[in-house]
Design a protein around this ligand. Structure first.
Ligand SMILES: [Zn+2]
Length: 260
């Protein structure tokens, strides 16, 4: 039985992942992605049989052109997982395409960024949507934007687990990135919350990816390093405003009475 016939998800770096079933199209797809933003990329089949997952191009979801594109040298040593919080989970491809457009609108028009912040989006339809793509500097995780692949699982995953097709698509995308040399075979998998003050990717999803290969615990010092205050790539839940700390009394000496 060849690899092509295998329906299992492999994230080995030595064996082609299941998503490579249509490798010829992949070559075309990835060449276009790595060179910037072709608006005429072809569909690529990312799976086999009924569980087919596909990598959709920017033109598929109607992306606006980026204001500019900056590349970094690969392979990326980090993969960072996000949830979108908003938009909510989408289950049809037209809805997920709209979600990608909404996120691009938010990042590009409201935040003023070059493009949608993420490298890739994953829909509840099990499809993979090209964001900035591989080896393009993102806007999703300060200090990691020039050395990571940022993958957003569209939806709010604080208490619910994303459906299996979403998780499989994310794993397949990572495996594909490793196989193609865009992601370091010794990559570290992180949740967004490990590198900044955010609940992202949601508690339930974070618990899930904590069990995936290559998940890495950052030490407390590294994980709590202050980062520049800049807008998040995704909206925050109302309860997640850790930057708004309540006033604190000085650790020593009572606070001086205000002079009036
Ligand atoms: Zn995030």
């Amino acid at each position: 039985m060849g690899d092509k016939a295998s329906g299992s998800v492999s994230i080995s770096s030595t064996k082609p992942p299941a998503i490579l079933a249509d490798s010829e199209h992949f070559e075309q797809q990835q060449l276009a992605t790595s060179c910037g933003y072709s608006q005429h990329m072809q569909h690529a089949n990312l799976g086999d049989g009924a569980a087919t997952a596909r990598l959709l191009s920017r033109s598929d979801w109607g992306a606006r052109l980026p204001k500019s594109v900056e590349h970094f040298e690969g392979p990326a040593p980090y993969v960072i997982i996000h949830h979108s919080y908003m938009p909510a989970v989408c289950y049809s491809t037209p809805d997920c395409m709209k979600s990608m457009r909404d996120m691009q609108d938010f990042h590009q028009l409201e935040r003023g960024w070059n493009d949608i912040g993420y490298s890739f989006g994953i829909g509840g339809d099990g499809m993979i949507y090209t964001g900035r793509g591989f080896n393009v500097i993102g806007a999703h995780a300060p200090k990691y934007n020039d050395k990571s692949v940022g993958i957003v699982l569209i939806g709010d995953w604080r208490t619910e687990l994303p459906p299996k097709q979403m998780l499989d698509a994310a794993k397949n995308l990572i495996a594909f990135g490793v196989f193609k040399g865009y992601i370091d075979p010794a990559y570290k998998l992180l949740g967004h919350r490990q590198v900044r003050d955010t609940e992202c990717p949601g508690g339930r999803l974070f618990a899930e990816i904590s069990g995936w290969p290559h998940f890495t615990h950052l030490n407390a010092t590294e994980g709590s390093t202050p980062v520049p205050i800049e807008p998040h790539a995704h909206p925050q839940a109302a309860s997640q405003t850790p930057l708004q700390l309540p006033p604190q009394s000085p650790p020593h000496a009572p606070a001086a009475a205000p002079k009036v």
